[in-house]
Ligand binder design. Structure first.
Ligand code: FAD
Ligand code: DHB
Length: 389
C-alpha cells in the first residue's frame, strides 16, 4: 500500500489529524492496534478547551458536541470547608465544554468512512522504518498476514506505550519525567451530578474530583496510593470516600448508584524532545503525558495536531517546509506550559505521602492566596481554558 501520511494510532490525536489531512485532500491511512469497540470503551478525559472544539467545528463534526456538550463558566477548588470558585468566563471571556473523550472519538470514528479516512483496526506488530529517509514505511500484520505501507511522512499518534517514540534513536531524544506516588480511581455512574460545576477537592484523606458527562451521568475520581487494587474498591467504599473528601455541601447533593465503569490511572508528567525525527512526527500522548488534574491531556493532543496538520498541509499543498521544520519547537513551547500548569495544580490539590507540616502549610497558604487574589484566579482560569495557539 502507498499513502502520503501513515498515522500510527487512532485515538483522538490520530483521528483528528487524519480528518484534517483528508479535508485538505491529502491521502492518509491510520493503523490502530485495538478494535473500534475497545477504543470506545476507554473512559478518559471530559473537559474540552476551545482549541479542541474549534477543530471539530472546522471539520464540520461538532453537531453532537454543540447539542449535548455542557458549556461551563467556572469550576471550584475545595479545601476543607472552603470552596473557591474560579470564574473562568468572567476572568477570561471563555468557556470550556464538558463532553467525554469517548463521545468525541465516536464522532470522529463514525465520520471516517464518508470522509475517505481509512482506518485499519486490529493492526498487529506495527513498526516504522527508514525514518531518516524521504521514503519511510510502516510494517504491520492484519489477520496474520504481514503488510507494508509506504508513505512520505509518518505521524506517531500511538499514545504513551506505542512504538513511534521508541523508534527515535536514544542519542537523539531527551526524556523528562516525574512519576507521582498516587493514581486516580475513576467511577462513572448514571446518577445526576452533585454540583452543576466541577469540584477539585484537597482533603486530608486525599484528592477528590466531582465531574460529569451529562445531567444524568456523573464522573468522580479519588486519589489512591500507587499499586492500589481495584477489587479492593467496591462502589460503596468509593461513594463513602467521595462523601468525606468532597465535603458536606457536595455530599448532601451526591446521588449514589452502581458503577458502569471503574478504573485506576497512574499519574505522571513526561516530555520527550524533539517531537520530530526525520520523516516521523510525534503528537499527543506519544510525546508527552500530564497528570489529569488540569484536564490538559486530550487538549494538548489537539493542539499538537492543529500545528502538525497545518505544517503538513503547507508542505503538501504549497511546497513550504517552514511548518514541518518548526513543528517540534512550536508544539513543545505550548506543551511545557501545560506541563507546568498540570504539575502545579496536582501539587496544590493532592496529599503526597512525604508532605510534612511545612509542605501542607504551603498548600494552605497558596489556596488562601488564590481565594483572595483576582490575579491568581486569572492565571488559573487562563490556563484552564487553554493558552492561545
Ligand atoms: P491515546 O488516546 O492513547 O491514543 C493512542 C492510540 O494509539 C490508541 O487508540 C492505541 O490503541 C493506539 N496504539 C497504541 N499502540 C499502538 C500500536 N502499537 N499500533 C497501533 N496503534 C497503537 N486526560 C484528561 O484530560 N482527563 C482525564 O481524566 C484523563 N484520564 C485518563 C485516563 C487514562 C487511563 C489515560 C491512559 C489517559 C487519561 N487522560 C486524561 C489523558 C487523555 O485521555 C490523553 O491525553 C488522550 O487520550 C491523548 O490522546 P492520544 O490520541 O494522543 O493518545
Ligand atoms: C475530568 C477529568 C479531568 O482530568 C479533569 O481535570 C476534569 C474532568 C473528567 O473525566 O470528567
Amino acid at each position: 500500500m502507498k499513502t502520503s501520511v501513515c498515522i500510527i494510532g487512532a485515538g483522538p490525536a490520530g483521528l483528528l489529524l487524519g480528518h484534517l489531512l483528508r479535508a485538505a485532500g491529502i491521502d492518509t491511512i491510520a493503523l490502530e492496534r485495538q478494535s473500534p469497540d475497545y477504543v470506545l470503551s476507554r473512559i478518559r478525559a471530559g473537559v474540552l478547551e476551545r482549541v479542541t472544539t474549534d477543530l471539530m467545528t472546522r471539520l464540520g463534526l461538532d453537531t453532537r458536541l454543540r447539542a449535548e456538550g455542557l458549556p461551563h463558566d467556572g469550576f471550584n477548588l475545595a479545601d476543607g470547608d472552603r470552596l473557591i470558585r474560579i470564574d473562568v468566563a468572567g476572568l477570561t471571556g471563555q468557556q470550556v465544554i464538558v463532553y467525554g473523550q469517548t463521545e468525541l472519538t465516536r464522532d470522529l470514528m463514525e465520520a471516517a468512512p464518508r470522509r475517505g479516512l481509512e482506518i485499519i483496526y486490529e493492526a498487529g506488530d506495527v513498526a516504522a522504518h527508514d525514518l531518516e529517509s524521504d521514503t519511510p514505511y510502516v510494517t504491520f500484520t492484519k489477520d496474520g498476514v504481514e503488510q507494508r505501507i509506504d508513505a512520505r511522512f509518518i505521524a506517531g499518534c500511538d499514545g504513551f506505550h506505542g512504538p513511534s517514540r521508541k523508534a527515535v534513536p536514544a542519542d537523539i531524544g531527551k526524556t523528562y519525567e516525574r512519576v507521582y506516588p498516587f493514581g486516580w480511581l475513576g467511577i462513572l455512574a448514571d446518577v445526576p451530578p452533585c454540583n452543576h460545576e466541577l469540584i477539585y477537592a484537597n482533603h486530608e484523606r486525599g484528592f477528590a474530583l466531582a465531574s460529569m458527562r451529562s445531567a444524568t451521568r456523573s464522573r468522580y475520581y479519588v486519589q489512591v496510593p500507587v499499586g492500589e487494587n481495584i477489587e479492593d474498591w467496591p462502589d460503596e467504599r468509593i461513594w463513602d470516600e467521595l462523601a468525606i473528601r468532597l465535603g458536606p455541601e457536595a455530599a448532601g447533593h451526591m446521588t449514589r448508584g452502581p458503577s458502569i465503569e471503574k478504573s485506576i490511572a497512574p499519574l505522571r508528567s513526561f516530555v520527550f524532545e524533539p517531537m520530530r525525527y526525520g520523516s516521523l512526527f510525534l503528537a499527543g500522548d506519544a510525546a508527552h503525558i500530564v497528570p489529569p488534574t488540569g484536564a490538559k491531556g486530550l487538549n494538548l493532543a489537539a493542539s499538537d495536531v492543529a500545528y502538525l496538520s497545518d505544517a503538513l498541509i503547507r508542505w503538501f499543498c504549497k511546497n513550504d517546509v517552514a511548518g514541518i521544520e518548526g513543528y517540534s519547537e512550536k508544539a513543545l513551547a505550548r506543551v511545557w506550559k501545560a506541563e507546568r500548569f498540570s504539575w502545579s495544580l496536582t501539587s496544590l490539590m493532592h496529599r503526597f505521602p512525604d508532605t510534612d507540616e511545612f509542605g501542607r502549610a504551603m498548600q494552605v497558604a497558596e489556596l488562601s492566596y488564590v481565594a483572595s487574589s483576582r490575579a491568581m484566579q486569572t492565571a488559573i482560569a487562563e490556563n484552564y481554558v487553554g493558552l492561545p495557539l
